[in-house]
Design a binder for this molecule. Structure first.
Ligand code: SF4
Length: 339
């Protein structure tokens, strides 16, 4: 049985200490189809992003740590190492569950304690990963945000979000709500290789259409675009075209980013799956980010495709905000009607 051990090391950017502040104790476990769930009692669930961070949001909720979607490029993998587990198979199969998340959110949103700021969900791991079907923490949290009429955004790769369509639509009628789907590619082979636990990307496109049709503004992060795997112009166009047709309120491309911890996992996988690409990656990624010119080129290509297909592209900082409503048609007076 896995035990949680906070790694309170100086070289983890304070993340182990942060998680120790978030979590009171490890209170039990569950198992299901080869997965292990580590139940923890959270001290607090709405967490402030460290001020030094350049993230375009200040408050986050992440009820789960680890993610069964098991994407080979997942940027959150190193967070498992702060808990004494590895960022490989442990990240995919040992999920930390903040079992009291709904009660904590209710307490933290109480009048007088909370100023009503926007809260971002899905910033670390997917709030609709498979175990949400069992624990329903995201659903409970949405209920609390709705009851408090608190603005929020949510990012996912899972069509399980449609289970909560009525809740989301009601929240969107009362406050600012924004959804985003992450759809990096529609290429079947690349999807199977790189995001083995996620719903088919075509099902995600359909979910984008359903959310927008229900009044929940939903955009798409084309993230991450993988050099040599999903960045051919025809691959990019297939995603853009499908998402614009699905009514995505915005489209934002993001090129792969390989920070320490992710880099080792991804390049280890690539060496086995596509050794022919290793030289290209060595050239593109001497650092965590690909050269600015390569990122700009992708952004421009996608912007041109989005414009061509009649959609709206925005940068990463705008991707979680609610798009402006189209201007109301001018009021038609009786005089204008000439009657
Ligand atoms: S869905 Fe998101 S959080 Fe989950 S493994 Fe994939 S990239 Fe990571």
């Amino acid at each position: 049985m896995t035990e949680l051990r906070w790694r309170l090391a100086d070289d983890d950017g304070g993340q182990g200490a942060l998680f120790e502040q978030e979590v009171e104790r490890h209170i039990g476990r569950g198992e299901f189809r080869g997965m292990e769930f580590l139940h923890v009692q959270a001290r607090r669930v709405i967490n402030e992003v460290p001020r030094a961070s350049r993230m375009p949001f200040r408050w986050t909720i992440n009820a789960y740590r680890g993610c069964s979607h098991a994407c080979v490029f997942c940027f959150a993998r190193p967070t498992h190492e702060y808990l004494g587990m590895n960022g490989g198979e442990d990240f995919d199969r040992k999920i930390v569950v903040k079992i009291n998340a709904v009660e904590r959110v209710r307490a933290e949103l109480a009048p007088g304690r909370w100023a009503g700021d926007h809260i971002a969900m899905g910033t670390n791991t997917d709030p609709y990963q498979r175990c949400e079907g069992k624990y329903r923490l995201t659903q409970g949290i949405l209920g609390e945000l709705l009851a408090a009429t608190n603005p929020f955004s949510i990012l996912t790769k899972s069509t399980l979000i449609l289970r909560d369509l009525d809740l989301l639509a009601e929240a969107a009628r009362r406050t600012d709500v924004r959804a985003n789907f992450s759809i990096g590619t529609l290429d079947e082979e690349v999807w199977r290789m790189t995001e083995p636990g996620t719903p088919h990307p075509r099902r995600r496109v359909e979910a984008v259409a359903k959310l927008n049709a229900a009044g929940v503004p939903c955009g798409v992060l084309m993230a991450p675009v993988l050099p040599g795997l999903s960045d051919r112009p025809e691959q990019l166009e297939a995603v853009v075209k499908a998402c614009v047709e699905a009514g995505a309120v915005s489209i934002t491309p993001l090129l792969l980013h390989l920070r320490a911890g992710v880099r080792e996992h991804y390049l280890g996988w690539l060496a086995g799956a596509r050794p022919d690409l290793m030289d290209q990656y060595a050239e593109l990624y001497p650092r965590a980010y690909a050269p600015a010119g390569t990122q700009d080129e992708l952004a421009k290509t996608v912007q041109a495709l989005v414009a061509h297909h009649g959609g709206r592209s925005v940068g990463p900082r705008q991707a979680r905000s609610v798009p402006p409503k189209p201007p109301a048609p001018p009021a038609v007076s009786q005089l204008q009607l000439g009657v």
